[in-house]
Design a protein around this ligand. Structure first.
Ligand SMILES: [Zn+2]
Ligand SMILES: [Zn+2]
Length: 138
């Protein structure tokens, strides 16, 4: 559960109507929306919201560390509110659906010292790819 709104309230984030709508659109589980999808959903709730406000608010939430920006190969960046529970992603090669997953191991710890080439390694991302049930039925 991301509880983005609760976290933002807890840290005293300035909550205008427009900013609240952006946070509401992103709140929830398995949320990985592009900026344009956030804009479309925010506009459905608050027609006067501006594109600039949506984009600026997304940037601010990323800077705060409350939302993760996912770069997915060739597709538009996606915004993920599940910023505080380390997780990896399961991506459908057919439709692009994304689920949060929690593999048993720690991908960072799993890289042997002999394969670190003197790097001080900070993060690791694993993407599992395949076809979701809908696309398998295709
Ligand atoms: Zn699919
Ligand atoms: Zn995620």
């Amino acid at each position: 559960m991301s509880d983005l709104l609760g976290r933002l309230r807890g840290r005293g984030w300035r909550m205008t109507a427009q900013r609240r709508v952006v946070a509401e659109v992103l709140d929830g589980e398995h949320i990985h929306l592009t900026a344009d999808e956030v804009l479309a959903r925010a506009t459905a709730r608050l027609p006067e919201i501006s594109r600039a406000t949506v984009y600026n608010t997304l940037g601010e939430l990323v800077t705060l560390g409350e939302v993760i920006e996912l770069a997915t190969d060739g597709r538009a960046k996606r915004y993920d509110p599940n910023a505080h529970r380390p997780h990896q992603h399961l991506v459908c090669s057919g439709c692009g659906a994304i689920r949060d997953v929690h593999p048993g191991g720690d991908p960072l710890a799993d890289l042997p010292d002999g394969e670190r080439f003197g790097f001080s390694v900070a993060t690791a991302e694993v993407t599992y790819r395949g076809l979701c049930p809908d696309c398998t039925r295709g």
